[in-house]
Design a protein around this ligand. Structure first.
Ligand code: NAP
Length: 241
């Protein structure tokens, strides 16, 4: 059993891993979820335990409603509570709209948007019993501004913003806050194949973001921002001012 537990979906690598580490530093025990890369998940769990907290990795596909429900059950059986949920797991399958396959549309909508419904519903049930909790949804600046070549991803990330604001309104009276982060370009495996050198010209802070830049904002919204709900915080070096 745990005193305070944070669940980070897609917490084995990249932004999710940095969020898990930041929340562990704030004293939370950590459940990370991942899709298939066991080595990365195990390595992250070891790094978390070295910070002096309980940590465990849970492999389930967040785009599968039954798998997500079973995964949350397993986490509750192990830790007994969930205080912070970071809906972070996500993928890209980029391509121009007129050439986009049904498969790439559905994979991105299911993994980036439906996942937040599948994971949050059983987690909110737990948080409602606790009468407290905080959810942070990992949106994107392209969910605010749109992006050519990312119709599926932009639609999913915009959908997360609508979900965030609606849940903030529905759950505030139950002591549950719901916010979103909209990262700009962040140095992770997701962006490693992009030629990012050209982007820095358009970023007022003249650099890409690091996973830790997002993690600090997640910790702020999840832990410190006790009177903040329904907000979308852009963490993008000023990209879409
Ligand atoms: P990443 O490095 O590719 O890591 C993705 C993580 O999600 C991994 O832990 C992966 O698990 C997990 N995952 C993927 N599909 C999953 C599924 N179906 N079920 C469970 N876990 C799954 O990605 P990232 O760059 O850190 O991005 C994290 C989030 O930030 C995503 O939602 C992304 O859209 C968003 N974001 C990223 C950027 C950026 O520039 N990087 C910008 C804006 C928003 P495995 O290791 O097992 O594959």
């Amino acid at each position: 059993m745990s005193e305070k537990l944070a669940l980070v979906t897609g917490g084995s690598r990249g932004i999710g891993k940095a969020c898990a580490i930041e929340l562990a530093k704030a004293g939370y025990d950590i459940a990370i979820n991942y899709a298939g890369n066991v080595d990365a998940a195990n390595k992250t769990v070891e790094e978390l335990k070295a910070l002096g907290v309980q940590a465990e990795a849970f492999k389930f596909d967040v785009s599968d409603k039954d798998a997500a429900a079973a995964g949350i059950d397993e986490i509750i059986a192990k830790f007994g509570r969930i205080d912070v949920l970071v809906n972070n797991a996500g993928i890209t399958r980029d391509g121009l709209f007129m050439r986009m396959s049904d498969e790439n549309w559905e994979a991105v909508i299911n993994t980036n948007l439906s996942s937040a419904f599948y994971v949050s519903q059983p987690v909110v049930k737990v948080m409602m019993k606790q009468r407290s909790g905080a959810i942070v949804n990992m949106s994107s600046v392209v969910g605010v501004s749109g992006n050519a070549g990312q119709a599926n991803y932009s639609a999913a990330k915009a959908g997360l913003i609508g979900l965030t604001k609606t849940l903030a309104k529905e759950l505030g009276s139950r002591g549950i806050r719901v916010n979103a982060i909209a990262p700009g370009f962040i140095n992770t495996d997701m962006t490693k194949d992009l030629d990012t050198s050209k982007f820095t010209d358009f970023i007022p802070l003249k650099r890409l973001g690091e996973p830790e830049d997002i993690a600090k904002a997640v910790k702020f919204l999840a832990v410190d921002a006790e009177y903040v709900t329904g907000q979308v915080l852009e963490v993008d070096g000023g990209l879409i001012i």
